[in-house]
Design a protein around this ligand. Sequence first.
Ligand SMILES: C[S@@+](CC[C@H](N)C(=O)[O-])C[C@H]1O[C@@H](n2cnc3c(N)ncnc32)[C@H](O)[C@@H]1O
Ligand code: SF4
Length: 439
Amino acid sequence: MEIVHENTWKFWSFIVDKVFNIEFRRVTENMHCKLIREISEHEIGLYIHFPFCRSFCKYCPYYREFWNENAFNKYFKALIKEIKLVGKLLNDLDLVVVDAHAGGGTPSIPQSDFWRVILEELKSTFNWKADFGIEANPEDLADESKTFTLRDAGVSEVSIGVQSFHRSLLRELGRRHGPEDSIAALENSKNAGYNLVNIDLMFMIPGEDLKIWEEDLRIAVELNPTQITTYPTLLTPQAIIWDNAVKGKVRQPIKLFEKFVNLSQKILDSYNMVRIESWSKGGDYSTVNLEMTGPLLALGAGAFGFTGTYEWCNVHSVREYIRSLLNDKLPVAVARSVNTSERTSRIVADQLFCRGIINASFLREKLGYGFEALPKPFKWSLRIMKSLGFLEGNKEILKLTRKGIIAAHKFIWTFVMKVPCKLAYKLMETPWPMRINLP
Ligand SMILES: C[S@@+](CC[C@H](N)C(=O)[O-])C[C@H]1O[C@@H](n2cnc3c(N)ncnc32)[C@H](O)[C@@H]1O
Ligand code: SF4
């Protein structure tokens, strides 16, 4: 296959297989209600999955269903019910929500007062000290009145799925919008006064070369959003294009990977690198980090939550989600406990590989342990990285070197394909599995 697959980078594939060899299981309602209360910290994040899209992009690995007004109205009621049930369950824990996002799917679709009502419900249920950000498709925010309505409803940050400013690549990805929609969406978002406007770009898209990538990056910088995030194009079995990829009809420029990454570093140098894939002039629109480190409360069909010691997945089916909540049951499909060594790995992976630096005192403060709690294969990989010049530092602090950034990208790419993408794929196939083994 001439695409990057989960075993392309063998060293990282081996490490992920060893460190994230995990099992999710069905859980009883009573057990879930007990374990979800074991939240490791007072300040928490909150994520809502909005699982509808108007059409399916060819490379998309995420859980989504076709937009349908009737299903959406029922989903709306079910989500309110879930907020009430979870709120009641955690009511006495004195938690503060400090980070809140909605992703999908396409949370920018609803025309109605959807987000206003959801936010009112959230704010009356939880102690709320968070901005609220949503992922938005350019065609929605190209509509000026919608961009303002969402802002008025209380949405304060947007992440716009631009992907590319080249029409040919948007067509390759199966996107509905053109580059002109993305530019209008960005201008409208700035005018509407969002606190943070991020744009997502994708690279290593089949058909893309370094010249196109450089143009995309330069246009992005010229348009001056608060933040620019660059994702390598993942190809997983749930993507519409997968069969063609397996037949060799889709090719990614694998050999150019390092050059793509280096080009991003070079062109985006007027911004600060806040994660290895993201550059900002103020703040960080990020939904993935809390999934890694917790605590994160998850709401909506297809959402993943993590208390710090307990991880769960909501059912990946709108129909089953609604059915559960109509019966006053939380829509939890599978769950698992996370031990200290895995949580340490997740925090180190998030800090060191996503953000470029990890301090042992940060670990001790969060967990009561330092690097010694890491599992052996993870410790070996850090030692190997250090001897290869990918890491520098000492017993207290570790930093990625410039060379190490490429290795970190390879780790994240492998991890995302083998763990969250695979989990979503299995849950999309079977909404209520008895168990799921990963990777
Ligand atoms: C979950 S999507 C939701 C946002 C919105 N539905 C959209 O597509 O614009 C969030 C981001 O994931 C990224 N994404 C989508 N498909 C991807 C893929 N196959 N590989 C890597 N990133 C991908 C895109 O950059 C997208 O903006
Ligand atoms: S990439 Fe975004 S719009 Fe496209 S199918 Fe996936 S979630 Fe929907």
